[in-house]
Design a protein around this ligand. Structure first.
Ligand SMILES: [Zn+2]
Ligand SMILES: [Zn+2]
Length: 238
């Protein structure tokens, strides 16, 4: 640790982002040990396509992912969407506490599913509608893509996919409502860009998968050869 870093830690001691406990030094993830245990990585057995975790057995396809049923080839999430991760994501998304991003990225990149992705030609963050982007000030999926895949930074295209229709928040809808809500919501900025390419889609939370499924469908319709999906978290509530 440099002299400057020691002074900084002395003046502004780092704190656990989940419980605010003072930490003895700045090291990612910025969490105390008990809080860190609350971030549970998703591991096998799981659906070899959509990454749905199973209670026991081996990896196999779930009923939703029988051959040809999903527009994406592979979807993996790093962590279960549960406390304290829920609070950390919300804190980061809505109160602009960007200190959380480096911690979230360090947890995500250590997880088991993280090494299963093909080297992508393009990385597309799931886009926000411009009205929401204006309100929030940043697209969380774009920031996640940059922080989780620094080695593939040159492949990230911030506006490759566009959200052309403002939609109501997916959390207020059931499965069928979610699919209807998203119909025609996304388009490709330049269809020629994805033809024959492997595209990695990035988003923060996978709930029913409707959003990434609709984006993947648009990419495949535009000629993408293979679509893979990375989300930071996966919710098992719905
Ligand atoms: Zn803590
Ligand atoms: Zn599946």
């Amino acid at each position: 640790m440099s002299f400057f870093e020691s002074i900084k830690d002395l003046l502004f001691p780092p704190r656990c982002l989940a419980c605010n406990l003072q930490l003895d030094r700045y090291r990612l993830p910025l969490l105390c040990e008990p809080c860190c245990c609350g971030f549970v990585p998703i591991v096998s057995p799981l659906c070899s396509c959509c990454g749905l975790p199973f209670p026991s057995g081996r990896d196999h396809l779930c009923g939703d992912c029988l051959p040809g049923k999903q527009p994406f080839a592979l979807a993996r999430a790093s962590l279960y969407y549960q406390q304290p991760l829920v609070s950390l994501i919300l804190q980061w998304k809505f109160s602009h506490r960007m200190t959380g991003l480096a911690t979230l990225a360090s947890l995500a990149t250590q997880s088991a599913g993280f090494s299963t992705f093909s080297v992508p030609d393009l990385i597309f963050p799931v886009p926000l509608h411009k009205s929401r982007l204006r309100r929030r000030g940043f697209n969380q999926a774009l920031l996640l893509a940059g922080s989780c895949f620094p080695g593939w930074r040159n492949s990230i295209v911030a506006d490759g996919l566009l959200r052309i229709r403002a939609t109501v928040p997916q959390t207020s809808l059931d499965g069928a409502g979610r699919r209807k809500n998203l119909k025609g919501a996304f388009t490709l900025k330049d269809p020629d860009m994805v033809r024959g390419k492997t595209v990695l889609l990035v988003d923060d939370v996978f709930t029913t998968g409707s959003t990434v499924r609709e984006c993947s469908r648009v990419l495949r319709a535009g000629g993408a050869e293979r679509v893979e999906v990375f989300t930071l978290a996966r919710s098992l509530l719905s």
